[in-house]
Design a protein. Sequence first.
Length: 114
Amino acid sequence: MGYVNFYDRKIDLSAKYEVFFSDLKRDITPEQLAKYERIKMWPVRLQDRLLAKLPPECNPNIFIMTGQQLVDFATSHKYIPVFDTFFITSRRLTLMPGSAIDIYLEHSKKIGKG
């Protein structure tokens, strides 16, 4: 289908991407939800490691999208991407609401002064 530059990253419009949302959840089966909920009972410092090993289809915060869907959704809903360190190979990113970036930047400034 082609490629497009999106926030200085090359997005393959036909490729599949794992998109994490902190403010949206999708419907998953009860079995998948049970796997996710079991991880949420662990201490917070272990949850990230366990969630990383969980298949994306079992995490209600992860949506599998094509590059075209990703770009269209992010631009129409004013989401800002935060790309995974290894985005080129992992094809993982987080979409944050545009309003959240202001809070994020303000918090970063406070830490910098700290």
